[in-house]
Design a protein around this ligand. Sequence first.
Ligand code: MF3
Ligand code: CO
Length: 249
Amino acid sequence: MISRKSEREITLMHEAGKLLASTHKEIAKMMKPGITTMEIDQFVEKYLAKHGATAEQKGYQGYPYATCASINDEICHGFPRNEPLEEGDIVTIDMVVKLNGALADSAWSYAVGEIDDEKQRLLNVTKTSLYKGIEQAVPGNRVGDIGHAIQSYVEGESFSVVREFTGHGIGESMHEEPSILHYGLPGKGPRLKEGMVITIEPMVNGGAWQSKMDDNGWTARTIDGELSAQYEHTIAITKEGPKILTEQE
Ligand code: MF3
Ligand code: CO
């Protein structure tokens, strides 16, 4: 069953999404060589508490932190750590905010200090691929239209799309139906309908798409040690088109 949300539910998720977006904008200001992802994680917990919200990831299926912080070849679910970030690193901060019972989910990749042109191209292509997916998130389209738009663009730029991790429906719980694959065929998969709320969150690798799992049972990294980036928004499907609930104005 794919749930469809009322206008009121979407408004509440949008409020959570606006707070999440403002959290990312604060993180962007902190993102300098020398800061640790643990400091960012602690900042996020305090910032959300100050705004009457909580970090839904903390304790979710035993996940220990408020944020996921995935550095360089880490694809997703990196643990925040006490080691300072270095000039030239790229890091993805992912979090789910709960405000007044409503959830929103958004990940953003950041450059630490100056990064080289190829790293910048990876970030640009990954972000653009997210927006190409979002364009397809309209009533009547199918989930495969989103995946196809992302995959064809990313592979055309000679990067690859991670297959093992997907976007998802989101509502009362963080992960609901349907799965949103970031690859696939147009016209395939569940049909998108007004009121559905989904995440689109392409993870794009500089090398091969395959991943391997760290011993902590959470963190996925690229199989070949190449870099990985990710951008994620929470999107409501409306008759006026895709409504991005986590947009950073
Ligand atoms: N925010 C992630 C997503 O986009 C979920 C992280 S898994 C967690 O689906 F368990 F760490 F929360
Ligand atoms: Co997320």
